[in-house]
Ligand binder design. Structure first.
Ligand code: HEC
Length: 152
């Protein structure tokens, strides 16, 4: 019995210790978005001034910049919903990989994204649509695993 109690309290501590931190994004989800509306919003908000979306023909943006950060296409791992939302509402949180930092950031350390801040413009509905649109254009590319001979 005593042993059983110890095991139970150890389990309780472990479970509590592994729970999500209060700042965790766990449990976060937006209402369902719409791909076609998301594409229209992408153009309306002039996201295409700095971005192209693989496989999508977008009209030229009025205020086009020298930037052409590609969204969508083949990736080794699909960008999660949470990652895409974060890239839009908090772009400097994680800077896109594969670009020279002078190209995509405004500071020498490469910490501040050149992306515009839309937080006072974009509605929650537009955000849901944008993410649904972008997510539909990512394609999972299986990674070629190196094959190792069995270890004997
Ligand atoms: C002034 C240029 C500019 C505009 C306008 C812009 N972005 Fe960006 N965006 C960037 C740059 C530069 C990056 C790469 C640096 C970073 O990760 O923030 C980026 C990164 C992203 C990423 C992450 C890409 C990755 O591979 O990690 C997403 C998603 C994104 N933008 C979506 C949008 C959406 C949606 C809009 C319109 C609401 C928009 N952007 C408007 C410049 C812009």
């Amino acid at each position: 019995m005593f042993r059983y109690l110890i095991a139970l309290s150890v389990a309780a501590v472990l479970v509590a210790g592994c729970g999500p931190a209060p700042q965790s994004g766990r449990g976060f989800t937006l209402p369902e978005g719409d791909v076609a509306r998301g594409q229209a919003t992408f153009v309306e908000l002039q996201c295409n001034a700095c971005h192209k979306v693989k496989g999508v023909d977008l009209p030229a943006a009025e205020n086009a910049t020298d930037l052409s950060v590609a969204l969508g296409g083949k990736v080794a791992r699909i960008e999660t919903y949470g990652e895409l939302v974060t890239s839009i509402i908090n772009p400097s949180h994680k800077i896109a990989k594969g670009y020279a930092k002078e190209e995509v950031t405004t500071d020498a350390e490469g910490k501040h994204s050149r992306m515009l801040n839309y937080n006072e413009i974009v509605t929650v509905e537009q955000l849901a649509d944008l993410v649904t649109f972008l997510q539909s254009h990512y394609e999972l590319q299986p990674v070629d695993m190196t094959e190792y001979p069995p270890y004997l």
